[in-house]
Design a protein around this ligand. Sequence first.
Ligand SMILES: Cc1ncc(COP(=O)(O)O)c(C=O)c1O
Length: 386
Amino acid sequence: MKERIYLDNSATTRMDEIVLDAMLPYFRENFGNASSVHIFGQEARTCVEASRRSVAELIGADTREIVFTSGGTESDNAALWGVFRSGYRSGNHIVTTKIEHPAVLATCKSMESAGAEVTYVSVDASGRVDPGAIEAAIRETTLLISVMHANNETGVIQPIEEISGIARRRKILLHTDAVQSVGKIPTNVRELGVDLLSMSGHKIHGPKGVGVLYIGKGTKLTPFMTGGSHERKRRAGTENVPAIAGLGAAARLAWERLQEMQTRVGALRDRLENQILTRIPGTRVNGRPPRLPHITNVSFEGVDGEGAVIALDLQGVAISTGSACSSGALDPSHVLTAMGLRPEVVQGSLRFSLCYHNTDDEIDRAFKILESVVQRLRRLSRKNYA
Ligand SMILES: Cc1ncc(COP(=O)(O)O)c(C=O)c1O
């Protein structure tokens, strides 16, 4: 078999060699605790602060607004629970959307058990939430609005700037889960106008198990993790220095590659999408622009998505049916369902997500394999789509 082709970068990315090189010294000789006073501690601290600067630059924040966490899931939890428990104003109501990642949706569910009231706003057929619908959901008791910057299944970018205008006017805090957008499109906290933003290392060729919660200056938040006074008392626990070193290196790479992600990688995605749409009948793209440059979600009539993922995997092409967390589970995609797709269309939908390292050759080879897999699965289901 020729080399495997990885088109599941929304699930996770391959760690860059440069990132690994940045991490290794902090496993070996520079193993100090960043809180220690001696030279070992100082080296670790220098590394943590350098990474903080790199992340701050990538998202347009001040270094004091960056808190390192164990990943996107923790950042989402810390943001939501942190606001809910902060008592910054009276109320218990949260506005979010039906298309959020489980890191937000499941957190909202457990907050409901703890007395929160949550409104889950839907999206239109294009996969976008209407800022008017967010505004209509606001109550006197609303504490927080949480809307993702871009969706992990469709890549559809949400109107955060407009929602920010509403949140500011109504004096409600705004959180965005930017795990998929950071490093793919300009994601600047000031331009977006958010108070809280979540990001994750492993979606940008960094290590797994490390992320960031941006906490805008003056935003009152009760810490999610309690213990020592790390991260200016906002996230207790000894800093994961090797992972933070890797995240810093990944942030620097993401910053350098941001333009190319949108041009070259965007063109690769379009090339794949155009080949699918023009050469495989019975296909449609789910989600309309503005979209992230590296994701496409396509429905194939008469094809079982899970079957296609397995058949492609056997031929060396890695993709998924939706978010990694829901792959393997039999529940149909909550994102595509919220967009109004019929269950059989949802069932036949596949997500292809590219990265900086993909090539034209890989895309063309992946397309040929996909074309033959779809033909075979359709033959098996005895349907004719010619
Ligand atoms: C939109 C979104 N939010 C949050 C997460 C969770 O991030 P992590 O894997 O770093 O916990 C993911 C991961 O798939 C994601 O796509």
